[in-house]
Design a protein around this ligand. Structure first.
Ligand code: HEM
Length: 194
């Protein structure tokens, strides 16, 4: 993992492990569970998409949110509305057949690793091996990024992640949702490059 991801990681771990105001009987501060733990953590459950396989529940939660987000982005691109995200994903859209399917599956997996690992899912299954967030979103360094993202693009993208979280059982008026949005906001600066 490159430098920026490490910095992001320490920020996120600090944020998700921040101390709650209440104390336990021994008067020790009670640590707030990480986002990953609150999404199910490392408890093993059967994987609904891969029969006979098990998956960490936290990872499964993130995978569902990531795949719903990808669905919303595809719908955005297909809408042809002005300001849509098409230009950013043009290299991916230009691919066809198996190549496109494989790369979208890989993107889904990388996003699932990224969110899981950076919110407290630190078992090896969640190890992120993609580019750091600056390089991933710089077309000069990642030819799969069609054009740089603006702050407005970012806000839109974040809205899709929020809607995807809603769809998968995380309501907007919950502390969990607010904590997820805080993590997303911490990534605005490296990802927005225009
Ligand atoms: C919540 C904010 C975001 C996060 C956490 C995020 C995360 C990621 C990650 C982990 C990758 C994979 C990098 C790799 O495989 O090496 C990626 C790639 C990419 N991202 Fe983002 N991203 C975010 C926002 C955005 C925005 C706002 C746009 C454009 C509007 C965007 C467009 C892309 C594109 C086009 C790629 C390349 C796809 C590919 O390599 O298959 N991302 N992003």
């Amino acid at each position: 993992m490159k430098n920026f991801s490490k910095i992001t990681l320490s920020v996120l771990i600090a944020a998700s492990a921040s101390l709650a105001s209440c104390s336990n009987d021994d008067d020790k501060p009670v640590e707030k569970a990480t986002i990953y733990e609150r999404l199910g953590g490392s408890a093993m459950v059967s994987d609904p998409d891969n029969s006979g396989q098990m998956i960490e529940k936290g990872r499964l939660s993130f995978r569902k949110v990531v795949n719903s987000t990808i669905g919303l982005i595809v719908a955005d691109i297909q809408s042809n509305a002005s300001g849509n995200l098409q230009a950013h994903f043009a290299p991916l859209l230009a691919e066809t057949g198996n190549t496109q399917a494989t790369n979208i599956a890989k993107l889904s997996d990388n996003l699932t690793d990224f969110f899981s690992f950076n919110t407290g899912g630190t078992n090896a299954v969640n190890t992120y091996s993609g580019l750091n967030m600056v390089a991933a979103h710089d077309p000069a360094k990642n030819p799969r990024m069609g054009t740089k993202a603006s702050s407005a693009d970012y806000t839109k993208f974040e809205g899709y992640v929020g809607a995807a979280a809603n769809k998968n059982g995380v309501a907007s008026n919950t502390e969990l949702y607010t904590d997820i949005v805080a993590v997303l906001e911490s990534l605005r600066t490296p990802i927005v490059q225009k």
